[in-house]
Design a protein around this ligand. Structure first.
Ligand SMILES: [Zn+2]
Length: 182
């Protein structure tokens, strides 16, 4: 009930806000990123050594709450094992995702090749808040071995750092997707 009510209020506020703007396109309530200039914290850019508990940062705050909680639990368990993890990317605005894709196109020469490494803004699970990139490598290794305790799985064959909620806690992880085979 509470959630339904809040959703309605957000929708009404968004509608009213849109009425006051001449160029009100497809801006969603979730994607209120900076309109110009390089991506910033408001777009989900995270500083070095960001913890999953740094919920004052938009890149962490706008994650799916269930994913965020799972990553926090994993971080705590990892700390007990003497491993310090950081979230290198959590939620990203569409603008930030587009900039990463543009960069990859410049780097790899074609969009087709770039899409093996960076998803379209409309396809990226980071943009919806359903993916995290974790570092450093020993933290990735820990998560690959123990992440399923929290439902966390590596989901892309070519990204050892990319994790999503992809199984029930304690179950095996599903087969990964190979983005190079699209
Ligand atoms: Zn990722």
């Amino acid at each position: 009930m509470l959630t339904d009510h809040r959703t309605t209020v957000v929708a009404i506020v968004a509608t009213v806000t849109c009425l006051g703007l001449t160029s009100c396109t497809a801006a969603s309530a979730q994607d209120d990123a900076t309109p110009s200039g390089p991506p910033r914290a408001a777009d989900g850019v995270l500083p070095d050594h960001t913890s999953a508990y740094d919920t004052d940062l938009p890149g962490i705050a706008k994650l799916d709450p269930a994913l965020r909680k799972a990553v926090q639990q994993a971080e705590t368990a990892m700390n007990h094992d003497g491993i310090k993890m950081q979230v290198t990317t959590g939620w990203r605005s569409k603008k930030y995702q587009q900039e990463l894709l543009d960069k990859a196109i410049r780097k790899y020469g074609t969009k087709k090749k770039a899409l093996e490494y960076v998803a379209e803004p409309d396809e990226s699970h980071h943009v919806t808040g359903h993916a995290v990139d974790i570092g450093p490598t020993n933290a990735d290794d820990w998560l690959t071995r123990h992440g399923n305790r929290y439902g966390l799985c590596q989901t892309l064959t070519n990204e050892i750092w990319h994790f999503e909620l992809a199984t029930k806690p304690g179950d095996d992880c599903p087969p990964m997707t190979d983005p190079t085979k699209n």
